[in-house]
Design a protein around this ligand. Structure first.
Ligand code: ATP
Ligand code: MG
Length: 303
């Protein structure tokens, strides 16, 4: 199963246009994408079934990526807290061979990381050709959380003054766009997904975490403090997504209020990104075929 062009286009932030995240739905898409050929099944059931097909597709696509080794894939996931980044990674990548895939989570930077430029720590986890890297948060934190809390810059050597503040962030967007273009030119495809959750749904999930003894550990009091900055985050996301959705590294805004729908859509987007690489199964030369044939005969001749 593949996502249609219509749904991919709807989720993608058109390069050069505003992301308009506040106008986008957090719970549904307008395009019909669920495979409901089997009649009146509830949406959740259909999306769960679709996720299974995307996972299978992805497993096949990853094998091709690995065998061909001409390209790499970087998937960047960004979201407000409790939007479902961890669950998405767990479910979408469940069929992928761990040998060709790595997941990197970016938390508050260490002193060593702060002593480098803001892209440095992420470059160390980029995928090799044939591989997939998933960034759970990324260098985008440096134009999101840092923008919402500019005091974080005090720990670095960067000091934007009031007058050049907007120039400072514009330069960071430019750096990101150039960096991603460099990756694209060097055969790493970059797919960026914003898991778009509503404020109400986040509240429900926080309450669920607080009420469930098995999930309480996931809640941090800082989550509540960040929730108070919801509008500032929304503004920061709006600007960042609008400034950095490019033809070579587009953003996708995926409705995240229903986890089952979110996971199936992200699975479909990742499969589509690998399909776009137009990979061929590796050709075996005539010489190689001959030596394979010899090897087979030799093995069969063994006692
Ligand atoms: P979870 O879903 O488990 O809460 P998480 O990604 O929120 O996962 P946390 O350990 O709760 O992980 O939070 C990591 C924190 O690190 C986030 O608040 C994020 O904004 C912050 N962070 C990431 N990168 C930077 C950065 N470059 N500068 C400052 N803070 C950062
Ligand atoms: Mg957190």
């Amino acid at each position: 199963m593949k996502l249609t062009k219509e749904i991919i286009d709807e989720l993608r932030v058109e390069p050069g246009k505003h992301a308009n995240i506040t106008e986008r739905s957090t719970s549904a898409t307008t395009a019909k994408w669920l495979d409901d050929t089997e009649g009146e099944q509830p949406q959740k059931k259909i999306a769960q079934k679709d996720l299974v097909s995307f996972v299978k597709e992805l497993s096949r696509a990853q094998e091709k990526l690995w065998a061909d080794s001409s390209h790499a894939l970087l998937v960047v996931l960004q979201a407000m807290d409790a939007a479902g980044k961890d669950g998405t990674i767990k479910h979408v990548m469940s069929g992928v061979n761990p040998q060709g895939c790595r997941v990197e989570s970016f938390k508050q930077p260490s002193l060593e990381e702060l002593n480098h430029d803001f892209l440095w720590r992420c470059t160390r986890s980029l995928p090799a050709l044939g591989g997939i890297s998933i960034f759970n948060r990324s260098y985008y934190e440096d134009v999101l959380v840092v923008r919402v809390h500019p005091a974080l810059l005090d720990k670095t050597h960067e000091e934007p003054t009031k007058d050049d503040e907007s120039k400072f962030w514009r330069h960071r967007f430019e750096d990101i766009n150039h960096f991603e273009q460099h990756l694209h030119r060097n055969h790493t495809r970059v797919v960026k997904v914003f898991l778009h959750i509503s404020r109400d749904e986040q509240k429900k999930r926080f309450l669920k975490r607080l009420e469930d003894p098995d999930k309480r550990w996931k809640f941090s009091t800082n989550d509540l403090a960040e929730r108070q900055c919801w509008d500032d985050y929304e503004d920061a996301y709006e600007e960042a997504l609008s400034a950095t959705s490019t033809p070579w590294a587009p953003w996708y805004v995926v409705p995240a209020d229903h986890k089952y729908e979110l996971r199936a859509l992200v699975g479909g987007i990742v499969v589509d990104a690998i399909d776009q690489m137009k990979l061929k199964s590796p050709l075996v030369s005539a010489d190689k075929l001959e030596s394979l044939d010899k090897a087979k005969k030799q093995l069969l001749a063994e006692r």
